[in-house]
Design a protein around this ligand. Structure first.
Ligand code: MF3
Ligand code: CO
Length: 255
């Protein structure tokens, strides 16, 4: 179902988004070599517990997998998305994607970013920067009357132009009273085709680009999505609302 948000609903999403941005900032600032991915999950858990919000991820159900057991997704290197924070030790050279979602008074916000731990290669930094750029360019296109095909087309062209694999098996989504609502937001498509955005909607756009092929596989745990060829991957996501006052990113970066 597609839900339309009022100004008050959007305010709740803005509040949720601020907590997500804060968690991103604290994880980015405090990540050090030698820590584990689980340590990063604890940072998120602590902030969530102090912030009058509920984790959108913890306990989330997906067919064929156990209930999601953590507060963030931590996806290192060849993990594209939905990595479960585990005892992996964070090392120099890791390309790490962090995804966080919370709800405030029932309304969700969801966002992801990717960063390099210590020194990473120029090719890896370009992967990160290009994925982030694709999300920013996509957000510029969000407006009442815009078709999702136009937005997806822009993202796909940026990946292709930079010789990156553009993951198509996972897409963005509407968001509001649930973390995943209609419509699906593909990161590819034809200009002027597809679903038409309207004021009152909110969407998550979340391009995932790979250094190698776009192909994906899922681990035994039913969650962890990896590149088939073992190449590194980057993921950026924002929650964007089409409010009466204009288009707003509710999960704006603090760094
Ligand atoms: N941002 C991710 C998505 O939209 C978050 C899902 S993780 C889950 O798919 F644990 F909540 F499923
Ligand atoms: Co999402």
């Amino acid at each position: 179902m597609i839900t339309y948000k009022t100004t008050e609903d959007f305010q709740k999403m803005r509040n949720a988004g601020k907590v997500v941005s804060n968690i991103h900032y604290e994880i980015y600032k405090n990540t050090k070599e030698g820590m584990t991915l689980k340590d990063l999950d604890d940072i998120a858990k602590n902030i969530i517990e102090k912030s009058n919000v509920v984790s959108s991820f913890f306990g989330y159900q997906q067919p064929g997998a156990k209930d999601y057991p953590a507060y963030i997704c931590a996806s290192p290197n060849d993990v594209i998305v939905h990595g479960i924070p585990n005892s992996k030790i964070i090392e120099e050279g890791d390309v790490l994607s962090i995804d966080v979602g919370v709800s405030y008074s029932g309304y969700h916000a969801d966002a992801a970013f990717t960063f390099g731990v210590g020194k990473i290669s120029q090719e890896e930094q370009d992967l990160i920067d290009t994925t982030k750029f694709a999300l920013q360019e996509a957000i510029k296109l969000v407006k009442d009357g815009q078709k999702l095909g136009t937005i997806g087309n822009k993202i796909d062209k940026i990946a292709t132009r930079n010789n990156l694999g553009n993951v198509k098996n996972y897409v963005g989504h509407g968001i509001g009273l649930e973390m995943h609502e209609e419509p699906q937001v593909p990161h590819f498509g034809k200009k002027n085709r597809g679903f038409e955005l309207k004021t009152g909607m909110a969407i998550c756009i979340e391009p995932m680009f790979n250094l190698g092929s776009e192909e994906t596989k899922v681990d035994e745990d039913g969650w962890t999505v990896r590149t088939v060829d073992g190449c590194k991957s980057a993921h950026f996501e924002h929650t964007v609302g089409l409010t009466e006052e204009g288009v707003y990113v509710f999960t704006e970066n603090l760094f």
